[in-house]
Write a protein that binds this ligand. Structure first.
Ligand SMILES: [Zn+2]
Length: 209
């Protein structure tokens, strides 16, 4: 089962990608993580991406697509995968359609005021990138990552003034994807306002439908 997760920042995409990955026993492929991996392991695309990240520039589409292609060719994707953070644009979606068959696209929908309150509580591990929330997904020890013991911080991105700008960019860039996959009959809209277990059940039901 090849799945794409869509949702605005703060919709719970990362959390549900992790849960769905455990439920379906297929890997989650998050763009941020695999770009970091490709940089570290020095793959062909990783080396190309390095030129941009070192200059503080956004990695261009064709390189991101190349990194995704390298990652999807690995054996652990044999029975499927969950994409988190890719595609972000129509050209990326079209490139993905040429690589693999997408089965389901899960769009986690959450009202903007709820997103604002969720993101202000978000904390992220400076070492491994795991995310927590001071209200809904507390670490075992306050301010410390459960996975690696490093410090949790609030990203600049999660401060209210930047959240609003991020939501605007998200809507402009990614909402065309919603229409793109709706036309293909693959889109499942999930109400992400409920608690995590309820949303998880709704996602599983949509995937298995
Ligand atoms: Zn950590």
């Amino acid at each position: 089962m090849n799945i794409i997760l869509l949702g605005a920042p703060g919709a719970g995409k990362g959390t549900h990608a992790e849960l769905l990955s455990k439920d379906l026993k297929i890997p989650t492929i998050s763009t941020g993580n695999i770009i970091r991996e490709a940089l570290k392991s020095g793959t062909e695309m990783g080396l190309k991406a390095k030129v941009y990240t070192e200059a503080g520039k956004l990695v261009p589409d064709e390189i991101v697509i190349g990194i995704i292609r390298e990652r999807l060719a690995k054996s652990d994707c044999g029975s499927g995968f969950i994409l988190d953070g890719f595609p972000r644009t129509i050209p990326q979606a079209e490139a993905l359609d040429k690589m693999v068959k997408v089965d389901k696209v899960i769009d986690i929908v959450v009202p903007e005021d709820l997103i604002m309150s969720r993101l202000s509580g978000r904390r992220v591990c400076i070492q491994c990138g795991a995310t927590y929330n001071v209200k809904t997904k507390k670490p075992k020890v306050e301010g410390i990552c459960d996975h690696c013991g490093s410090t949790l911080v609030q990203r600049k991105d999660d401060k209210p003034e930047t959240v609003k700008a991020r939501l605007r960019v998200y809507h402009e860039q990614t909402e065309p994807l919603v229409d793109y996959y709706k036309k293909q009959g693959k889109l499942c809209e999930i109400n992400g306002s409920n608690n995590i277990p309820q949303t998880e059940r709704d996602i599983i039901n949509a995937v298995e439908a």
